[in-house]
Design a protein around this ligand. Structure first.
Ligand code: KIV
Length: 272
């Protein structure tokens, strides 16, 4: 079901907070280009994340590490041009904020100025506290990201569920509180036990958005290519597919090829 155009108001971080306060769940999806962003914004999505998952689903890389700040700005500016309602959050890519808080601020400013983002997202807790604070001091809204943080894949070694052990769960809860205390407007929790996600969402006042974090959080996010069934190889337990675009596109392209080869296309009506 899409949302009525007359119901559409521009989403702000303040409105997201109000949604949490009144128990309304927040919807978030990724997008990386103008055409797709226009469709999902028109359908009424609350937040569009220009995720560094663009590295995987747009560029075909195995991890999110190779994508550059310039490439994120390119994807982000295409999305921003399409959007009239959703809040657009752009990921700070690996290597653009870990070096120092000054570097983090410079990267965040480039994303705001050159792509026109409404907010930035970065991965990590206490390790990135200085960077988060410095970016926030410049008036740039920050979304945190804890749990499975794909930019640290070579430290973790696998993409399995995080924070199953007590020590990691305790650090995650402390990091979540720290990010809220710093002034983050929202937090993404990726691939952690549902029980822990529920504990974090009820301990925090800011909205907590889950991916593979169960139902008891304030909203959900999925990668668009995964939920539309474009990417067929990725089948984690948390993913629900809402379409089978891989089959739909394959069939459409197959029909086009047949029509071209058989000279059925173009017809008299399709020429000048
Ligand atoms: O890059 C991304 O798509 C993300 C989501 C999985 C939350 O960070």
């Amino acid at each position: 079901m899409s949302v009525h155009k007359s119901d559409l108001k521009k989403i702000t971080t303040h409105q997201l907070q109000e949604m949490k306060n009144r128990g309304e769940k927040i919807s978030m999806l990724t997008a990386y280009d103008y055409s797709m962003a226009k469709i999902i914004d028109g359908a009424g999505i609350d937040i569009i994340l220009v995720g560094d998952s663009a590295s995987n689903v747009m560029a075909g890389n195995e991890t999110t590490l190779p994508i550059t700040l310039d490439q994120m700005i390119y994807h982000g500016s295409s999305v921003v041009k399409a959007v009239t309602r959703a809040l657009v959050v752009i990921d700070l890519p690996f290597g653009s904020y870990q070096g120092s808080s000054g570097e983090a601020l410079r990267s965040a400013i480039r994303i705001m100025k050159e792509a026109g983002a409404h907010a930035v997202k970065l991965e990590g807790g206490s390790e990135v506290k200085d960077s988060v604070e410095r970016i926030l001091m410049a008036g740039i809204p920050v979304m945190g990201h804890l749990g499975l943080t794909p930019q640290s894949i070579y430290k973790f070694g696998t993409y399995t569920v995080r924070a199953k052990e007590e020590a990691e769960a305790t650090k995650l809860l402390e990091d979540a509180k720290l990010l809220e205390a710093c002034g983050c407007f929202a937090l993404v929790l990726e691939k952690i036990p549902a029980k822990l996600a529920k504990q974090v969402a009820s301990a925090l006042h800011i909205p907590v958005i889950g991916i593979g974090a169960g139902p008891d959080v304030d909203g959900q996010v999925l990668v668009m290519q995964d939920m539309l069934g474009i990417n067929q190889d990725f089948k984690p337990r948390f993913l629900r597919r809402y379409a089978d675009l891989h089959t739909a596109i394959t069939n459409a392209v197959g029909k086009y090829i047949t029509d071209v080869k058989s000279k059925d296309f173009p017809s008299k009506e399709e020429m000048y």
